[in-house]
Design a protein around this ligand. Sequence first.
Ligand SMILES: Nc1ncnc2c1ncn2[C@@H]1O[C@H](COP(=O)(O)OP(=O)(O)OP(=O)(O)O)[C@@H](O)[C@H]1O
Ligand SMILES: [Mg+2]
Length: 245
Amino acid sequence: MLQLENVTHAYDGRTVLHDVSADLTERRIGVIGANGSGKSTLARMLNGLLVPDSGRVLLDGRDTRRYAKEIRRRVGFVFADPGTQIIMPTVGEDVEIGLRGSGLSRIEIEERVERILRRHGLDGHRDHPAHLLSGGQKQMLALASVLVTEPEILVCDEPTTLLDLRNVTMIQRTLRTLPQQIVLLTHHLDTLGDFDRVLVMDEGRIVFDGVPDVAVAHYTQLMRRRLDDPPREEPPEPVGGEPAP
Ligand SMILES: Nc1ncnc2c1ncn2[C@@H]1O[C@H](COP(=O)(O)OP(=O)(O)OP(=O)(O)O)[C@@H](O)[C@H]1O
Ligand SMILES: [Mg+2]
């Protein structure tokens, strides 16, 4: 189980996570919240990409500070922009690189790569230059390259943000069928309908934690209130010249 214990974090002296605690026991957990509310910062802590200034992040009781390597293997991470994640020239090589040093035989590696490409609709693209794939195919490849390493948990930071409706649906369906525990950050609120739990983040805190429809309603109201009551702006300096007609 992933646990956040009193996690606080600042960038350049500005605190962006304030004393966040949660036990992530459910199989499918969504995280929503405004831009800049701290979702990605939190997500990066779940596999040790980032360690908190204070507090602890634990996987089965093991601190990400001490067990970074093991935890990074057990918790896979998918980014919004697959371009940042695809590192090899061809589709097949990009999937295969994750299995380097795995101790699997050549034949086992071949089989795993074939299987995962087939499952993600990329069979036939094995020798294709990765950068020539469509946006949706690139996101499928990024997902495949993480899943081939068989992580127990998958953290996805807005995997559908850059995609068109067809590819959003494709990724949503794929995520739905995975056996892994999933922590999904998204602005596509309709993705979360059948999730077990949704966290709403605001200004570095979890401000709601519950079932999807109530969480989405909470978030929607929060954003509506903020639109109705925006932060006050200084009035513009009066400038000289002709009055407007
Ligand atoms: N590497 C960094 N250095 C400095 N500040 C950062 C860094 N990463 C994030 N921040 C700041 O931390 C705050 C939280 O950012 P974060 O990326 O976690 O938000 P988010 O909820 O994921 O937003 P979005 O919905 O836009 O992805 C923001 O104010 C952001 O500017
Ligand atoms: Mg983010």
